[in-house]
Design a protein around this ligand. Structure first.
Ligand SMILES: Cc1cc2nc3c(=O)[nH]c(=O)nc-3n(C[C@H](O)[C@H](O)[C@H](O)COP(=O)(O)O)c2cc1C
Length: 163
């Protein structure tokens, strides 16, 4: 099983890094092969809605999406998005990666192309933020138009104090 982690915080050793590292370490102990990428260290240009993906099935923008990330996403059995809440969303660098995955939407819904791994692929969201639990919960899970099926929602509380 291949697990792809997207470490969405621009901070190298912040909370997001720590929770994703713990998750991946546990996954490796269960036999998974893991790889973590950090969007803020990569060349990921924003989506320009060129619509090429909807007509031809690929994104014409030349950067790390094309070089490696699309392939990693396609090969992943589980994709773990680890992201702090930034103004009720994910940080911009990770958002650029997510937007560029419009390519997969275009291939599936416009071109009706098969992605053999898609049916089994699972998603996990790990998140942290500075404000209260309800705000984080509503940010990720509450909007009624959210199309994602939530199978499980585990909430952990970590108490931190300044050294
Ligand atoms: C630009 C910016 C926007 C933020 N917006 C929110 C927010 O809307 N809600 C929230 O709970 N925390 C917000 N935070 C706090 C971060 O989510 C919090 O500090 C988090 O622990 C950062 O993760 P990290 O330690 O992995 O870098 C924001 C922080 C920044 C820098």
């Amino acid at each position: 099983m291949f697990i792809l982690g997207l470490q969405g915080s621009p901070r190298k050793k912040g909370n997001t890094h720590d929770i994703l590292s713990m998750f991946m370490e546990q996954a490796r102990q269960y036999g998974a092969v893991t790889q973590t990428i950090t969007p803020h260290t990569l060349d990921i240009k924003p989506c320009r809605e060129l619509i090429v993906c909807e007509k031809k099935g690929f994104c014409p923008i030349k950067d790390d999406m094309e070089k490696s990330i699309y392939k990693l996403v396609k090969n992943a059995d589980i994709i773990v998005i680890a992201a702090p809440v930034f103004f009720y969303n994910v940080p911009a660098q990770l958002k650029a990666l997510i937007d560029r995955c419009q390519m997969f939407w275009g291939r599936k819904y416009k071109l009706k192309l098969e992605d053999p791994n898609a049916k089994n692929r699972q998603g996990v969201l790990l998140s942290c933020g500075a404000s209260g639990f309800m705000s984080k919960l509503s940010c990720w899970a509450k909007p009624p138009d959210r199309k994602m099926k939530i199978h499980d929602f585990a909430v952990g509380t970590v108490s931190l104090s300044a050294a």
